[in-house]
Design a protein. Sequence first.
Length: 382
Amino acid sequence: MTIVDDYPAAFTAWENRRITRDHVEVIVKAGTVVPAEVRPAFEEAAIEICKRDIAVRVKEPLRALAERMHPRDFTQRHRDAAAGRCVRVLPGADGMSDLIATLPTVIAAGMLDRLTQMGQSVKDARAAGAAGTGEPGAATAGADPAGAAFGEAAAASSGQPEEPDTRTMDQLRADALADLVLAGAPAVDPTYGTDAPGPLGAIRARVQVVVTADTLTGTDHGPAGAVGTGLVDADTARELAGQTASWDRLFIDPITRTPVEIDTYRPTASMRRLLQARDQHCRFPGCRRAAIRCEIDHTIDHALGGHTHIYNLAHLCQRHHSMKQFTDWKVRQLGGGVLEWTSPGGRIYREDVPIPAVCFTPEPDPPPGARTGHPFDEPPPF
């Protein structure tokens, strides 16, 4: 319909065998940037170009023709288009996704060229290593630019023989791109030398992965889920699980299959700040070791079902933390941060929330008729 309605002259030329179907497709693709009011003139000029050469060779001339015939200046249109630059992920099949970056052409071409040079350097090092060892396909240690991201670091340091590097150029480019984005630092870092949290190179990528306990333990090999992206294979999910420092435990309704509660072993940063402000010191009766030198303890052990919530957490110094865990001292929370300790002999001690030494206190109301010094409190005429 696009050919018939928008490019009738090209359709007629195709009918008369002056151009081929491939020519028509090239004309339509190149004409996408041309406004409707200049499309007939572009069409006639494009047909004349197509009559002189095959479709493969007229792509660039037609693209240049379309840019020249556009009523707006190319530089102005590029500035508008560059404002729409973006990066997006399109989930694919088998745990793969397409990372698409819409960038100015010169930047995209430069990125591809640099990735190609990196891949070629790895291939050259691979060939040099093979020549030095007499083994086909061997790679030199440290020649893999994507070892950190894909777990392909050289095994020579561990005393084991290296696996031959048989990656293609496309694979090398993809691995290098992943390493550069995940572990590199931008050439221009506006946060350097300011009061910002730190250089952009210190920022680490975060991916939220949801995995079942059966997949995690190897009972089955079902995929995990990367939240907001797609599926992750079981091997990668287990590898990530072995590197993470914190876990969020999801409780799923068995009927609706929706999360009903979430729990984590390690308190969040906001929880730690609130607990430090609330507790101020070790919460064992009589101990005044500063909270910043104490450990956050689950009053009901996390392994026994205790949740990581404010009402189940309190600061204890290392000594009293161990005493709670390995002796007959017992503690329970009464709410509002109040702790009730029970000694091995059965004596009960109540540990209230410490009152901050510095806080805002309201001024007492002045006695009737007293002057406060404010000009409007004076009788007229003030």
